[in-house]
Each structure stands twice: as structure tokens, then as C-alpha cells.
Design a protein around this ligand. Sequence first.
Ligand code: CO
Length: 258
Amino acid sequence: MNTETGVLAVSFGTTVDEARHSCVEPVEGALARRCAPLPFFRAYTSGVVRRRLGERGIVIPSPEEALEEMARRGVTRAAVQPTHLLAGFEYDKLAAVVDRARPRFRELRLGRPLLWDTQGVEALAQVLSARFPREEGGCVALMGHGTRHPANLVYPALQGVLSRMGRHDLLVGTVEGSPELTQLLPMLEGLGARRVTLAPLLLVAGEHACEDMAGPSPESWRGQLEARGLEVRCLLEGLGALEAVQELYCRRLEELLW
Ligand code: CO
């Protein structure tokens, strides 16, 4: 039987053009190169993002639509690689979409997010440690998304691995999960740091990074830390911009392919 393998990269998506170009597309590009010459497709899960981009003439399919298109183009064996960081609600939803599309294919596989297992957490900890060299009198607070999903445990897990590596100066917090910034403050004080670098622990430096982390509001991480007299520097660089992170996604794809 004639078998055609195809790869679909699925991201949440972002309406921030600069972030899409610097953080999402490089990951998609790395995955496309890794699986070449297999046909490569991409999709965004966020309906809001796709609708807002669509209004500007940028049409990106949903995972359902992309899978349908793949089947129509003769793909019989499909590999779906998410660019999600963890297996939270978005990943569960994608898994359900993949299950519904299963009858359309001979084989359909769903890949793992970056922080799926301990190995993934350790690999990202290495990347972060290399990206943020130790600085005298300084520390780094990383802002993750956070979730009420049990998968939120990757954040304390990452903190644990970083601490074990001796990187007590790299703090892991979240906007919508645990730990919150307030829970990091005692650690910050314990470090005695005068300067804090804020950086997104997010694939994309999109709205959360620009507003909740670096925004001008007194509620933002920047605002809260400046109010405590700390010197704050904001780095608006999503993880997807890092080649080492793109490589971690490529390894996830390699685990997935036949
Ligand atoms: Co959010």
C-alpha cells in the first residue's frame, strides 16, 4: 500500500507579529527542515488568534482543518508535533482533536510537549542555565504561563532542577498558576540581589510577556519589583527564539517519526 507521511506542527499562536516571526516560525522552520522532504503543515489552536490574524489576511488553519487538508492531499501517516511547553488543557484539547481525526488516517501520532518528562525539564534547565550566565548582584525571574491543570507541576520541578544545578539565582514563577511572583519574593530577598532580569518562560514573548511581565502597570512583575526598590531589566525573548529550544522540539519530532 502506498504510504505518504506528513508532519503537522501545532502551536497556540500569537497575534503579535514580531513574536510570531521570532518565536513561532523559527520552531516551525526547524521542524520542517528536520523532517524534510516530508510534506510539512502548520496549525494554530487558538480560535481568537486565528480570527484576529484572519482579519488581517493571515490565514492559518486550526488543527482540525490542517488534518483534513493533509488527508485530502494523500497523507496516510500523520505525525502531529505540538510546540506547547507542557501537557496542560491546550494539549488535552489537541489530543481530543487528534483522536477524532484518527479514522481519516492509517496512522496518526501525537508528539510530546517539551516539558513532558523529567528529561525534558532537565534539558530545558540546561538551556536556561547557558542562556543566563551568573551575574554578580543579579538574578533572573522567569515568567511561565502557569495553569490550574495538574501539569503545572513542571514549574516547581524546573525550579528544583535549577537549584540542584546550583542556579539558585534563576527563579521560576507563573502568571496564572503556581508559584506566583509573591511566592518568589522571599527567595529574591534571600539572594540579596539588587538587579532582576525578567524573562518569559514562554515559547512566545507575546501579550503575557509585554503586559503581565514588562508592562507599565504597577501590577506587572516589573511594577511590583520596582516598587520594592529593585532594578529591573526586561528581556522580551520567547523560548522559541533560542536555537537550543528549537533543537529540543526537533528531538521530540524525531521520537515521533517512523
Ligand atoms: Co494566558
